[in-house]
Design a protein around this ligand. Structure first.
Ligand code: UD1
Length: 371
């Protein structure tokens, strides 16, 4: 491919994708060899779930928007596939770059694979070994057809090699989310959310919840809220609520229970800077998100993960994370450990250093065969 730039279409659809793509687009924009386009599937569409991240992280306006919106997983995946196929047939990118494990990642990968377009998967190889998680299915399918695997940690490399992928297609580049975290420290520190919510540093807990296994069942949602009810008796709990969790809260008539907790502060989904500030200043975090387990590890903030497993094991073996599932007693016993200052201190995993985007660009420029 002499003199011609490599045409890469970067795919985003859901909130964590925006955070991961920001440093990559920046690094690609200064590469003389890459011509990067941005495609938004429209999986997330609310201002707070999408546009706010574009504004704060300086992500360019998408070159293409598929406007897919919500629906059942099959509707969402099928609609993305049909609209993305049309785009690919017209634009013929040399490669697509997909991040993480959301429906948009998997749907666009399947289309690209069948059209002979190369797939670069960022955050490849991580596994929860839990096939009830939609994300695990998305990870397995995407990795089964990707061409180049860009992994955040050595466990991901091992998983891919065990699954039969050639070592020469796997590049351990580090954690792309941490690029964004480190690049935006100044703005995070300037956020006035602590004041706005009338909380004090190190004197509140931060809660996020949105996994189907936690919020789509009244029983598990309630079990978690029982623990939160006890926790908020001792310190304030800030809960920026995901649209999915809010919908389920209403459906299961749990609103009154929430309202009965005087120290639970419910907010809409927050911007990247505000949320980052809350993570950094919290006494501890309770979450079922993947990325937040990583961010707390980098900040050295205790994290209780409301899941039975994690696809990010280094956050437990090296970082500040512990798993609690949705077991009320387990959550409360970990909470007691934090309050008694008995939590482990943890360290930052290798290559979570803010330079992952540059390493990925080097792989695209120098390690891949483009014809
Ligand atoms: C998706 C990802 C998940 C990721 C999460 C981050 C998949 C399978 N899941 O889950 O891995 O951690 O994003 O947020 O891709 N909704 C709105 N406004 C929006 C977007 C969604 O109201 O802008 C509501 C809709 O009712 C929708 C529901 O949230 O049906 C779920 O959205 P969806 O994109 O299907 O999955 P998430 O739970 O957000």
């Amino acid at each position: 491919m002499l003199n011609k730039k490599i045409k890469i279409t970067c795919i985003v659809g859901a909130r964590p994708n925006f955070i991961k793509i920001a440093p990559l687009l920046k690094a690609m924009s200064i590469s003389e060899k890459i011509n990067a386009k941005l495609l938004h599937t429209g999986q997330h569409y609310d201002y707070d779930m999408s546009q706010s991240f574009f504004e704060q992280l300086g992500i360019k306006k998408p070159d293409v928007h598929l406007n897919v919106g919500s629906g059942t997983q099959a509707y969402q995946v099928a609609t993305i596939m049909m609209r993305f196929e049309e785009y690919c047939l017209k634009e013929r990118p040399d490669g697509i770059l997909v991040v993480g494990d959301v429906n948009s990642t998997m749907a666009t990968s399947i289309v690209a694979s069948k059209l002979g377009i190369k797939i670069l998967h960022v955050e490849a190889g991580i596994r929860s070994w839990d096939r009830t998680m939609p994300e695990e299915i998305n990870r397995l399918l995407t990795d089964s057809i990707a061409d180049v695997y860009l992994t955040p940690s050595p466990d991901a490399v091992q998983n891919l090699v065990k699954e039969g992928h050639s070592k020469s297609s796997v590049f351990n580049v580090g954690n792309i989310m941490i690029d964004t975290l480190l690049n935006n420290q100044e703005q995070i520190d300037q956020s006035n959310i602590i004041k706005k919510l009338s909380v004090s540093s190190n004197e509140f807990a931060l809660l996020t919840l949105h996994r189907p296994s936690n919020v789509d069942s009244a029983e598990s949602f309630k079990a978690i809220l029982e623990a939160i009810n006890e926790i908020q008796k001792k310190l304030k709990v800030v809960f920026p609520i995901h649209p999915r969790a809010l919908k389920k809260l209403k459906e299961f008539s749990l609103e009154d229970f929430i309202k009965s907790m005087p120290n639970l502060i419910l907010t809409k989904p927050l911007s990247y800077f505000d949320f980052g500030r809350l993570v950094k200043d919290a006494k501890f975090v309770l979450t079922d998100s993947g990325g937040i387990q990583e961010e707390t590890t980098v900040y050295g903030i205790p994290c209780i993960t409301l899941r039975e497993n994690t696809e990010r094991p280094v956050t437990v073996t090296e970082g500040t994370n512990e798993l609690a599932g949705n077991d009320t007693e387990k959550i409360l016993s970990l909470f007691a450990k934090i309050m008694n200052e008995k939590w482990k201190s943890g360290k930052i995993p290798e290559l979570w250093d803010g330079h992952t985007a540059d390493r990925i660009v080097r792989v695209i420029e120098n390690e891949m065969q483009w014809d």
